[in-house]
Structures are given as C-alpha cells and as structure tokens.
Design a protein around this ligand. Structure first.
Ligand SMILES: Cc1cc2nc3c(=O)[nH]c(=O)nc-3n(C[C@H](O)[C@H](O)[C@H](O)COP(=O)(O)OP(=O)(O)OC[C@H]3O[C@@H](n4cnc5c(N)ncnc54)[C@H](O)[C@@H]3O)c2cc1C
Length: 440
C-alpha cells in the first residue's frame, strides 16, 4: 500500500537496527513508511559495507531482546530457526573482571536473550518487516539532503541511486537513523539551522575479531565468555560467544591504542596475555573459519539534538544521536528503546520534545560507557579521568569482587548491565550493607 498524501508518509534514512525498529513503530501510524538504505540489502544474513561493524560481535541485552519480542512476536522462533542460541545471562555467561570469575547461578532466570551474529539478527528483523504491507525498502539509494521549501518543516528527502539517478521523495516525517557517520548536521546547516553540538570521548579502543569452528564434542557451561578490561592499567579484553552454525565469534580488544594484532600468531599471543588464560586455552586448538577483522571507530559520540531548534517533521535517533563505545554492548538496545520512545510520542510528535526525551533516556548509557572509558588516562575528551580510589571506584571494586562469590549479586549486576534495573539498585541499603561489610 502506498499513499499519495504526504501527511500519511514517513521516511526512515538507514536500514540498520535503529532504522528498522523505527519503521516498525511508524507503520502503526503512517499509511506508508519508506526505508532508504545506501547498501544493497542482502537476501541472506550477510555482512554489508554500510554497517562495517557487522562482522564484529553484537551482544543483545535482555532489555533490547524484550523490546524486539514485543515489536515482533514471532521473532524468537525465526532467530532460533536461523541458529541463534538462547542464553540465560545469569547461568551461561562467564565473566572475568578484576580478580576473578563471576559466580553464575545454577537456577534458570528470566534474564534471557539470544547469541547470534549481527547479520542474522538484522536479517530476521528485515524479514519480520516484510509482513507489513505499508513498509517498503528503497535500497541502493543514498539520501543526500533534506527538503524544506519553507525552512520550518521538512517535506521529504533528496536521494541518489547507485547508478547516479537523482530524485526527491515527499514525507511529513523524516527519521534519520543513518548511524554514527550521519550527515544530518550538515543537511540541517544547509537549510539555515544550527547543527547540534557534539561531545566526543575517544578511548582509542581497537577490536580484532575472528570466527572459529566449535571443535567436535566441545562442552562448556558458558555460551558467552568475557574477560574484561580493568582500568586504569588493564587495557586488554577478550570476548567469546557461541553463535549460529556451530561457530564461535572471538574478539580481542585493547584500549588506549593497545590494538590487538591482525595476524594469527599475534592474535594468539594477545589472547595469551589476557588476565585469565581461559580464552586462549579455548581458541588455541580451534580451527579459524574467517580472517581477522579490525574495528577502531569506537569513540563515544553524542550529538545534542535536544539543544537545538529543529524543523517540524524531522527527528534523529540511534547511533546518529548517541554512538557508544561498543565494549558495553548497549547500542542496539539503546536503538530499541529509542523506537519505543518514538512510538510513545507519535500521537502528537513534536521533534524538540522527542529529542529531549531521547537525550534523557540515552544519558544513562552514555554515563555508563564514558564513566568507565574515562578511567583510562589515554581516553580523550570529556572531563578529567575519575581518580582511582574515590568512593565510587572503591565501591564498584568491592561490588565486582562480591559478584565473584555471590550468584545473587552477580544476577543483580547483570540486570543493571542489561538495562532491566536502574544502577540505583546497586546502592540499595541492603546491597550497600553487603558491599561495605564484605571482608577483603
Ligand atoms: C565494533 C562494534 C561493536 C558493537 N557491538 C555491539 C554490541 O555488542 N551490542 C550492541 O547492542 N551494539 C553494538 N554495537 C553498536 C551497534 O552496531 C549499533 O548501535 C546499532 O547498529 C544501531 O545503529 P544504527 O542503526 O543507528 O546505525 P548503523 O548500524 O551504523 O546503520 C546505519 C545505516 O544507515 C545507512 N546509511 C548511512 N548513511 C545513509 C544515507 N545517507 N542514506 C541511506 N542510508 C544511509 C548505512 O548503510 C547503515 O545501514 C557495536 C558497534 C561497533 C562499532
């Protein structure tokens, strides 16, 4: 179904996670929703150039997963059919932080999601959207600007096809979900608006990722294993996850320019240098099934759309507004939350009000990511690194230590990390008592 009435039409720029989830909520309100995507969208779950991070690991937090299931009740089945692995984060996630491994629970919990490759997840969402007759994809087209004859209301977008053809598409609402390299600030500037101020906090984190075949008969309690960095000195991390197709995705990370090497021996040596040998011991004998992919565009970048005057009919969300350092695994969940905020604002959408609500919601994830990144002296941007030894640093250290021996504390930390509970839960009097009275 397409509509010729501009008031019935919405355009989404970018067909990745934020764009797809926004289109889903817009489909309940607009007669026609058009997703414009630069890449050719693959028919199968495959990585693509417009999302260079697709070959990197993507944790899906419980909060994000619950939103996905709410938006697409069949998605769980489709993900499982594609080979995604169900995970209980209190039982099947092994986490080494500071001085030891977390205490996992022996009982099932409802802190669940799936472990799979990023291309499979995105493909499953795209397949779900195919069930909506009022959503159409225009792939292999790049948006090149916003249309606004009045300079007060956005009335559509200008686009260019892969073969160079230009056209204009009308809409009463344009949603920019074109990721951390969004051009929306300069498009707004071309129309005479002040572009949003930006905050960039760069931890100079580099990833190196490789896939492995799970060895025949391999058994483990974990489905995902993480050996965390440990600021201010411990720059290195390792992440290993079981994904579809009997494969593992193995990632090494290094802060402050301590980038993991991209050759086989260098990769293994870096793995052996992690504070626990578990990661190295597991991958050393396994057969690699891919080359090693680097990713170094990991800075935290916040565009303050909430602080500027915006034309009517235009909003921005996802990484285009708040791109986070990937180590904390929040990006897709933050995009899913943004889609629910959009849904709640759609009755009477006011761009300024929407961006303010979004900024408030993003602020927690931003603080979490940048607060940790700033503990490395090499991180640039933001205010001065938090000094080690302050109350919050030592409280966090004690709390993390408790998660090594107390499964309930581990579960609580997981609920906070997965954006299910507020971080304030970690300071509840009963928890604070446990943390502060724990013997060293
Ligand atoms: C290395 C790395 C690892 C990550 N790991 C995790 C993780 O573990 N968990 C997690 O939740 N998140 C993770 N993220 C973040 C996650 O990838 C993003 O938050 C998520 O994809 C949402 O981003 P987005 O949809 O806003 O933008 P993107 O995913 O960047 O997509 C933007 C889309 O817009 C298209 N586009 C761009 N410009 C135009 C244009 N002018 N016209 C048309 N189309 C355009 C692009 O081709 C692309 O498809 C990671 C990110 C990185 C970099």
């Amino acid at each position: 179904m397409t509509s010729t009435n501009i008031n019935d039409q919405a355009i989404v720029i970018g067909g990745s996670i934020a764009g797809l989830l926004s289109a889903r909520v817009l489909a309940d309100r607009f007669a026609s929703v058009t997703i414009i995507e630069t890449d050719k969208l693959p028919d199968l779950p495959e990585a693509r150039i417009g999302v260079p991070q697709s070959v990197q690991p993507h944790i899906l937090f419980t909060k994000g997963y619950r939103i996905l299931v709410e938006l697409f009740p069949n998605i769980e089945e489709k993900l499982r059919a594609g080979g995604a692995i169900a995970i209980d984060w209190t039982r099947e996630f092994d986490h080494f932080s500071r001085r030891g491994w977390n205490a996992t629970s022996s009982f099932p919990s409802d802190l669940n999601s799936v472990s799979c490759s990023r291309p499979l997840l995105e493909w499953c969402i795209r397949q779900q959207l195919a069930n909506y007759p009022n959503i159409r994809f225009v792939d292999e087209h790049r948006v090149t600007g916003l249309l606004s004859p009045s300079k007060t209301q956005i009335t559509g977008v200008a686009l260019r096809s892969a073969t160079g053809d230009r056209q204009e598409l009308p809409a009463s609402l344009v949603v920019d979900a074109s990721g951390r390299r969004s051009h929306a600030p300069s498009w707004l500037q071309e129309l005479g608006f002040t572009p949003p101020p930006e905050t960039i906090i760069n931890p100079f984190l580099g990833y190196a990722t490789r896939r492995y075949k799970e060895p025949e008969g391999f058994k483990s309690n974990w489905k995902v294993m993480l050996i965390s960095q440990s600021p201010p000195k411990g720059t290195r991390l390792g992440y290993l996850a079981k994904i579809e197709g009997g494969e593992w995705i193995a990632t090494l990370g290094g802060y402050g320019g301590d980038f993991p090497p991209l050759d086989n021996q260098g990769f293994l040596d870096f793995a052996r240098s992690l504070p626990s040998l578990e990661f190295y011991d597991v991958i050393k004998g396994a057969e690699p099934t891919s080359r090693i992919y680097a990713h170094r565009a990991t800075a935290n970048r916040l565009r303050h759309y909430e602080k500027i005057e915006l034309p009517q009919g235009f909003i921005c969300l996802g990484d285009a507004v708040c791109a986070l350092c990937p180590v904390y695994g929040q990006g897709m969940t933050v995009s899913a939350i943004a889609a629910t905020i959009l849904r709640d604002c759609l009755g009477d959408l006011n761009p300024a009000r929407f961006q303010k609500k979004l900024a408030k919601s993003n602020s927690l994830s931003w603080m979490l990511a940048t607060g940790q990144d700033l503990r490395f002296a090499t991180t640039q941007g933001g205010s001065k690194p938090v000094k080690s030894g302050g109350f919050f640093t030592s409280y966090t250290e004690r709390l993390l230590k408790l998660t090594n021996s107390d499964p309930k504390m581990n579960a609580l930390l997981m609920e906070v990390a997965h954006l299910i509970k507020s971080p304030l839960a970690l300071y509840h009097p009963q928890i604070a008592f446990k943390v502060l009275t724990k013997k060293d």
